[in-house]
Design a protein around this ligand. Structure first.
Ligand code: SAM
Length: 296
């Protein structure tokens, strides 16, 4: 896979590394360490911290330092994000097998193998997928990943979920998705980046209201795992990032599905959501709750 720019790992940095605080400031794409000017390498970004936790290579020193803060407090964090990704895959596959062919993936993250389109198209080769993220780094990677994709079936939109109508009214969204047919909206590991005063519940309600009957909403969300002190320590990893991390409890996460019918097993720690085999016994160690709601 070719990306539009090289992360520090791609350049084999470390000993003779490029000063990332100046990366992107030049205008020569062939210069060592060049990154597109829209990519800020001086501030940690949730998508790149997540990539680092997942063991990816598309992040910078500042993101790695943030991930180290998280892992120091919460050594199981890598496992948690892997389980979250696996939940996303199972939810998309379940909905595709239930007949949904359109997906609006909000807070996409840096796409990797097993992304929403891969999973949906394994069931419906003509599945329509729109990827939305507020982070330009995600758009750069998504464009590279989807370079050969049929534009009638795929779009990438840079937009902020805190302005849900900017997504729902976006022309590229309507070029790919038919709002008269069921759509699955994914907000997976996204809403914990919405502060309490930014009204995550209202955001989900706006999407739900715009969706036709038969549609679905997929949400996963970080919790404090019943250990608020450790959680607070771990969340310091996002203190200086472009968005901070807000945990919500099971009651608040379940309330995000108001007006929707939760499909069994409801809102659970993500390893317990329709596992492919026996769920891991230490499922409570995965501090992500997830669920899928259907609109009648
Ligand atoms: C932890 S990643 C989750 C990626 C993917 N959904 C998954 O679960 O594997 C969160 C993503 O949400 C994006 N994000 C955070 N706040 C956002 C906002 N206000 N609007 C749109 N995207 C946002 C980040 O850029 C990042 O790519």
């Amino acid at each position: 896979m070719t990306f539009g720019y090289a992360g520090p790992h791609d350049r084999g940095e470390g000993e003779a590394g490029v000063d990332e605080s100046t990366a992107g400031l030049g205008d020569d794409p062939l210069a060592p360490g060049w990154v597109p000017p829209e990519i800020d390498t001086t501030k940690a970004h949730p998508a790149r911290i997540y990539d680092c936790l997942l063991g990816g290579k598309d992040h910078f020193d500042v993101d790695r330092q943030a991930a180290e803060v998280v892992i120091k407090a919460l050594p199981g964090a890598r496992d948690m994000v892997r389980e979250n990704r696996a939940f996303l895959g199972r939810a998309v596959r379940h909905l595709a097998e239930s007949g949904i062919t359109q997906f609006l993936d909000v807070g996409t993250g840096i796409p990797g193998p097993g992304n929403t389109g891969d999973v949906a198209r394994a069931v419906h080769p003509d599945a329509r997928v729109v990827y939305v993220d507020y982070d330009p780094v995600v758009a750069v990677h998504s464009r590279a990943l989807l370079a050969g994709a049929d534009p009638a079936l795929t779009a990438i939109v840079v937009a902020d979920v805190r302005d849900p109508l900017s997504i729902l009214h976006h022309p590229a969204v309507h070029e790919v998705l038919d709002f008269d047919q069921p759509i699955a909206v994914l907000m997976v590991a996204l809403l914990h980046f919405i502060k309490p005063e930014e009204d995550a519940h209202g955001i989900v309600t706006t999407f739900r209201t715009a969706l036709p009957p038969g549609s679905a909403v997929v949400i996963s969300h970080g919790t404090d795992g019943g250990d608020p002190e450790t959680s607070a320590e771990a969340r310091k990893g996002w203190d200086n990032a472009t968005s901070q991390f807000t945990v919500r409890d099971r009651t608040d996460i379940t309330a995000l599905f108001d007006g929707l019918d939760l499909i069994p097993p409801g809102v659970v720690n993500v390893p317990l959501w329709r596992p492919d085999g026996p769920a891991r016994e230490d499922w409570a160690a995965i501090w992500f709750d997830g669920g899928v709601g259907l609109k009648r």
